[in-house]
Write a protein that binds this ligand. Structure first.
Ligand SMILES: Cc1cn([C@H]2C[C@H](O)[C@@H](COP(=O)(O)OP(=O)(O)O[C@H]3O[C@@H](C)C(=O)[C@@H](O)[C@H]3O)O2)c(=O)[nH]c1=O
Length: 150
């Protein structure tokens, strides 16, 4: 998991924030595809896992907690759980390694708006996505009461 902090430029007319630039050399994979998604308060998208691409998130508005669980056999962090808080008030890129389970939770009070720059374009006919239900016993994590999603 890696991060790159972003700078938001404000002036009396509004703001500007660069999202992704290959010249930053932040990630080995090129910019090939992007999409936006939203997440409503107290909702979760996940658990998901990808075996062919990495997610590269950028939270534009609101906040999102990314909960990750590593089951990769050869990983030094196998069996570890991590929670990362992303928000519009500390904008940054974050990438999730291939094969790591993750779930995106909105702990805030407004819709979160996120851009994802996956390292591969979405395959509409055969998405690179594995799912587990939020209450799976394969991942040692429970979201707070009242939180739901899939
Ligand atoms: C991700 C994606 C989905 N879709 C469509 C497919 C489907 O009809 C609808 C919702 O798809 P999903 O349920 O996969 O969307 P979503 O649950 O938001 O998927 C996301 O979940 C989190 C946990 C992740 O890991 C992300 O990588 C992504 O897979 O949007 C696209 O057209 N393009 C895309 O790039």
């Amino acid at each position: 998991m890696r991060f790159r902090s972003a700078v938001t430029h404000f002036d009396d007319r509004g703001s500007v924030c660069e999202l992704f630039d290959e010249r930053w050399s932040w990630h080995d994979e090129p910019l090939v595809f992007s999409y936006m998604f939203t997440l409503r308060p107290n909702k979760v998208k996940g658990w998901g896992k990808h075996m062919l691409h990495e997610d590269r998130y950028f939270v534009m508005f609101g906040e999102m907690e990314v909960v990750m669980y590593d089951t990769r056999e050869d990983s030094p962090t196998k069996g570890l759980l991590a929670r990362v808080h992303l928000s519009e008030w500390e904008r940054r890129l974050m990438c999730i390694p291939i094969g790591v389970w993750h779930a995106n939770f909105n702990p805030g009070t407004k819709d979160a708006v996120i851009v994802n720059f996956p390292t591969q374009p979405y395959d509409h006919g055969n998405p690179d996505k594995f799912r587990l239900p939020l209450d799976t016993d394969q991942i040692p994590y429970q979201f707070p009461p009242g939180v739901n999603g899939w």
